[in-house]
Structures are given as structure tokens and as C-alpha cells.
Design a protein around this ligand. Structure first.
Ligand code: PLP
Length: 460
């Protein structure tokens, strides 16, 4: 993309004056400027000063799965908006119906799609379904949700109450009652101090401990990311989910999978859970659903769960009494429908599997070169590079070091992500989540620039 010098000091100036940025200490803007992106094409973005970057983050937070500048999504949305922009979810929209049908085709066993407009909200819907079901089924106390340490489920108070990240929660309490935590599944930092092979997957069995501690009659669901994303990119071992599923069946606990990051091909399958032989009851999705071209999120359930909300047609309160105004935005539904067609036609899920494997192999090679890389993890187009200051003791590198490595990449024209004030003392994982269109050429560029950043950034 050859642009004239687009220096836009005015935009930066008014932004710094009036925009309250997400997850940002504004004091930093006394000596630097926010990254304001003006143009995007494929995997490249250009800021308001005309600087180009290769984006290995899919829009900062793993959303733009099909890459930037997709005219056909824009056209589909424009066409839909001029035809019919919005109708509340009490009724429906044409693309909303079509997308729901197309979506559940990709998710055997799932059948109902409930629309809202953010990942947090999609999770909240799942929790509300569990609570209401507990009341209406007579098992009044089976309303609690168990969540996993290091998982993130969103920013609203309910979603944060189910988030296992100390720094994301800090200062936002008191939290909602009815949520309890169980252990994370990070082998590199096993919460039980064990080694894979001799651990009997104690991390999965810890779910049973949490259910028993809370009381099996009080637990309605467990919510899990298939691969912990923002908590450090942690993929479970193959034995993990079958154990989780057995425990849930034993205690009649619903399985709620949070696919907000992993969904829509990111991991090399349509949904992350499909790697692990688990059948969910509830799935929440957002980010990649429309690749960020419009806001949309979905809470997808089985027909059995849906049916449990219409047991008694004579009871005027016996239905899911929930609404999301912007779940009725037809532009989101149209964007999601077109996004799905692109993923299929361009075989981007397959590409995420193949090129993602190449990304992980290339990062594993980099680990041989840099002692500061303690662990490389992930699946498909989501990779985590955990940095350590001592590879023998696995002492985590500081968040400041990870920031400097990311800043070095930025200077070279590469955008990468990192764990960001999530887990005290453990914000040391770099996150590489390119769009699913990435080829080996782009992966080579990403890895080369990261290589240089690691070589040229001294530890504290
Ligand atoms: C796994 C997961 N769930 C839920 C959310 C919340 O999504 P949103 O920011 O759209 O509310 C996020 C956001 O990063 C996420 O990573």
C-alpha cells in the first residue's frame, strides 16, 4: 500500500484530548501517541501518520479473522442496512435466520442461536440460562458456575465474576455470588507441581473438587475457554476434556464453552472445542463471528436446553426473559453470513491449521535460539511465547520486558500482542494471532522480526 505521507496531527491531538482508551494508562501519552489506525488491507494496517505495520494480532484482540478490507462484507452490510437495518430480537431479520442455520451446521449437536453484541454479553446469557433453568426445573439451587483459573470471560460484572485473572478483577469487586474457581491447565507451570505423564491430569480432576466443595446440588455449569487465550495461550492435553465431560455428566453440570477467541477457525477447526472430543451444552462466540466488520455475538445452545425453557406453555414466566437491543442489528447478521462464506470459500479454517502449524514450528525453532523463550504453546493461528529470565528455574520475565519486546517489534513495523495486566507476576507471554489468511511468507516475516526484537532487547 503506497500512501502519501498522511500525517494527521489533528486526529492524534483530538484523540488524546477526548478518547478514553481501553486497557491503557493515559500517562504514557505524555511521551507517546496512541496507535490510531486509518487503513487496513489484508494483514497490513496503516496509521494516521502513514506508517505501515504487519498485523500479527488480527486487530489487537484476535478479531479480524478474514483480514482487512473485505469489500464483499462491506457490500453485504451496506445492502442489508439500506434494505432493513434493525429489528429487535423478539422478531427477526432475514440474515439472522440464515446465519443461525449456517452456524449450527458447523456445530453438530447444537441448534439454537441467541444474538447479542459482545463476548461478555454472550457469556452472561449463558449464565442467565443456567440460573433460570435452575429455578424452573425445581432444582432451585443448581445455579452456580464454575470457571477456570487464568480464563477470561469478559468485562461486565457477571463475566468478570467468572474470570480467573487476578489483575483484571482487581478493584472491581465485590463480585456476583454463585461463581467458583478451579485450577488452570498450564503444564509449563503446573498448579500441582507435576509433570505431564505422571500427573493423572489432576488439573481436570480439580473440577470435581470444586463441584464437591460448592455442593453438587448447587452447581449448574462450568465455563471454559477451549484454549485459554488472554491468560497466556494454554491448550489442554488430549486427556483433559474427556475428564471434564465425565465429571459434568456425573454431577449433571452443563458444559459452557467460551469460543469468543477460538471460534470461527482461529485454532484450525471451526470451533476450538472440536479438537478435544467434548460436546458442549452452551457455546458463546463473538470476535471472529463477523471478523470485526460489525458487532455481533451469539450464545448457541442445544435443543434440549432450549426446550427446557418452554416446558409449561401456561406459565407466562416460563421462557427466557432476556433481551439484547443490539442483537437485532441486521448489519451484524449480514456481516457474519458473508464472513462465514469467505471462511468456507477460501478454506481459511484449513489454512489456519496448516499455516498455524508452520507458525508454531517456526516459534519452536526460535526457542532453540533464545534462552529467554521458556515455552511455545498454541494451536492453529493462536500462539503464545512465554518469556523467562532464567530458563532453568522458569522465573517469569517481567511485564516490562515483554512490553519492550513488543515495542521493538512495533518499531520494525510488526504488531504483536502480549498478556496485559492479567495475572500478577505472569504477564510474560507474547501472543501471535495473525489473520487466517496468513501465508508462510507473512509467518516468516513475523518470526524474523520477533527474532530480531528478542536478540536486541536486553533483559532487566
Ligand atoms: C475468551 C473471551 N471471552 C469473552 C471475552 C469478552 O468479549 P467482549 O470484549 O466482546 O465483551 C473476551 C475478550 O477478549 C475473551 O477473550
Amino acid at each position: 500500500m503506497n500512501l502519501p505521507n498522511r500525517s494527521e496531527p489533528y486526529i492524534t491531538e483530538i484523540d488524546k484530548k477526548h478518547v478514553w482508551h481501553h486497557l491503557t494508562q493515559h500517562a504514557a501519552f505524555s511521551s507517546s501517541d496512541p496507535l490510531i489506525i486509518e487503513l487496513g488491507k489484508g494483514m497490513m494496517v496503516t496509521d494516521v501518520n502513514g506508517r505501515e505495520y504487519l498485523d500479527a494480532t488480527s486487530g489487537g484482540v484476535w478479531s479480524v479473522n478474514v483480514g482487512y478490507g473485505r469489500k464483499r462484507i462491506a457490500d453485504a452490510v451496506a445492502d442489508q442496512l439500506t434494505r432493513m437495518c434493525y429489528y429487535a430480537g423478539t422478531g427477526g431479520t432475514v440474515p439472522g435466520a440464515k446465519f443461525a442455520a449456517r452456524l449450527v451446521e458447523k456445530m453438530p449437536g447444537m441448534s439454537r442461536v441467541y444474538y447479542s453484541n459482545s463476548g461478555s454479553e454472550a457469556n452472561e446469557k449463558g449464565y442467565k440460562m443456567v440460573r433460570q433453568r435452575a429455578h424452573s426445573s425445581g432444582a432451585r439451587s443448581k445455579y452456580k458456575v464454575i470457571y477456570r483459573n487464568r480464563d477470561y470471560h469478559g468485562t461486565t460484572i457477571g463475566a468478570l465474576s467468572s474470570t480467573g485473572q487476578s489483575q483484571r478483577r482487581d478493584q472491581y469487586g465485590p463480585f456476583a455470588p454463585g461463581f467458583a474457581e478451579f485450577a488452570n491447565c498450564c503444564c509449563y507451570r503446573c498448579p500441582f507441581g507435576k509433570e505431564y505423564g505422571a500427573c493423572e491430569i489432576e488439573c481436570a480432576k480439580d473440577l470435581e473438587r470444586a463441584i464437591l466443595e460448592e455442593g453438587p446440588d448447587s452447581v449448574g455449569s462450568v465455563v471454559l475457554e477451549p484454549i485459554t487465550a488472554g491468560g497466556g495461550v494454554i491448550a489442554p492435553v488430549p486427556e483433559y476434556f474427556p475428564i471434564i465431560q465425565n465429571i459434568c455428566r456425573k454431577y449433571d453440570v452443563l458444559i459452557h464453552i467460551d469460543e469468543v477467541v477460538c471460534g470461527f477457525g482461529r485454532t484450525g477447526k471451526w470451533f476450538g472445542y472440536q479438537h478435544f472430543g467434548v460436546q458442549p451444552d452452551i457455546v458463546s462466540t463473538a470476535k471472529g463471528a463477523a471478523s470485526g466488520y460489525a458487532a455481533i455475538s451469539c450464545t448457541i445452545t442445544t435443543e434440549t436446553l432450549f426446550d427446557s425453557f418452554k416446558d409449561d406453555p401456561d406459565n407466562p414466566m416460563d421462557y427466557f426473559r432476556d433481551i439484547s437491543t443490539f442483537g437485532g442489528c441486521a448489519g451484524g447478521h449480514a456481516a457474519a453470513l458473508e464472513n462465514l462464506a469467505i471462511l468456507e470459500e477460501e478454506k481459511l479454517v484449513e489454512n489456519a491449521a496448516e499455516t498455524g502449524a508452520y507458525l508454531l514450528e517456526s516459534l519452536a525453532d526460535l526457542k532453540e535460539k533464545h534462552a529467554v523463550i521458556g515455552d511455545v504453546r498454541g494451536k492453529g493461528m493462536i500462539a503464545g511465547v512465554e518469556l523467562v529470565s532464567d530458563s532453568r528455574t522458569r522465573e517469569p520475565a517481567s511485564e516490562g520486558y515483554a512490553m519492550r519486546v513488543a515495542a521493538h517489534c512495533n518499531k520494525q513495523g510488526l504488531l504483536i500482542g502480549r498478556t496485559n495486566r492479567s495475572l500478577e507476576g505472569l504477564n510474560n507471554t507474547l501472543c501471535l494471532t495473525p489473520a487466517l489468511i496468513a501465508g508462510r511468507g507473512e509467518i516468516d516475516q513475523i518470526v524474523q522480526m520477533l527474532d530480531r526484537a528478542l536478540a536486541e532487547t536486553p533483559l532487566d
